[in-house]
Design a protein around this ligand. Structure first.
Ligand SMILES: [Fe+2]
Length: 276
């Protein structure tokens, strides 16, 4: 597409994607704006995946499912089961959307890659989870800097079947749409330490629920190890905590319950004038 476009329009300025490719940056890591509504739920057509891509899913799914029992929280494991995820190939987004819709009224929208924040929050605020439908390549199984459907589907979606998390995430999107200045930084930190890297205390002990841990072998092994400082969750503490994107997480926060997250967020967003 790029080559043919440039042949047709040799003087057309390069898109952000094309520039990224020229500069050696992974174009999948450049946020993009949506140019129209995304397909949602049963409107999403499943791509034809190669055998290798289905193998990649199988490898990742089995690797994580070997690690997660005893580490992942009850709600997450229930979500995986409820959504019918298994090692039999990449699921259809339409089927995952249907399962989520029955559980908590969330749906899935197919997106082309990393989105600009406003587009992302707009979908979240409408109870639509933006998901890619392409998977990392064979040489990226241990790590990919780019979004892919293993992280989106396996990491994120099971927790959206948990009613309190489902409500929290929609409220988060609604608030994030209107946040300015430091409020945006605070919301980014909250997102990081809950949706991506959250821990929860259950009767059996400390467990993981964040998508960044669920979809990563290294983080799954690291999150509950002695190398991590675990601090009891308090929203006011979390929003002051800086985080590192490129290293294993040295500090994590543990909720007492998902209702705690909803209650503290409702209080904070109302105080900030961000409540829907
Ligand atoms: Fe994520």
């Amino acid at each position: 597409m790029k080559d043919s476009l440039n042949e047709l329009h040799p003087t057309a300025p390069l898109s952000a994607y094309e520039k990224a490719v020229e500069e050696g940056v992974d174009p999948r890591c450049i946020p993009q704006y949506l140019d129209g509504p995304v397909p949602v739920g049963s409107d999403i057509v499943k791509p034809v995946y190669s055998d290798q891509h289905n193998e990649n899913w199988k490898h990742l799914f089995n690797r994580q499912m070997d690690l997660l029992p005893g580490r992942a929280g009850e709600a997450y494991m229930h979500g995986v089961h409820l959504m019918g995820m298994n090692d039999g190939g990449i699921p259809a987004l339409a089927d995952l959307s249907n399962a989520l819709n029955s559980a908590t009224g969330w749906q899935v929208g197919r997106i082309p890659g990393l989105l600009h924040e406003k587009d992302f929050f707009d979908l979240i605020s409408k109870r639509i989870f933006p998901s890619t439908d392409y998977i990392r390549e064979e040489n990226e199984l241990d790590y990919t800097p780019a979004p892919d459907c293993f992280h989106d589907m396996f990491g994120h979606m099971p927790m959206l079947a948990q009613p309190s998390v489902a409500d929290f995430y929609q409220m988060f999107g609604q608030s994030a749409l209107h946040a300015t200045g430091m409020q945006q930084t605070h919301l980014e930190r909250l997102h990081w330490f809950t949706i991506e890297f959250g821990l929860i205390r259950q009767a059996e002990g400390l467990r993981v629920f964040g998508a960044g841990i669920m979809s990563s072998k290294e983080e799954a092994l690291h999150a509950l190890s002695d190398e991590v400082e675990v601090i009891p969750f308090s929203l006011e503490t979390v929003i002051q905590q800086e985080y590192e994107v490129w290293n294993l997480q040295p500090t994590l926060f543990a909720l007492d319950s998902f209702d705690q997250l909803v209650d503290e967020f409702r209080f904070w967003s109302s105080k900030q004038g961000l409540a829907a």
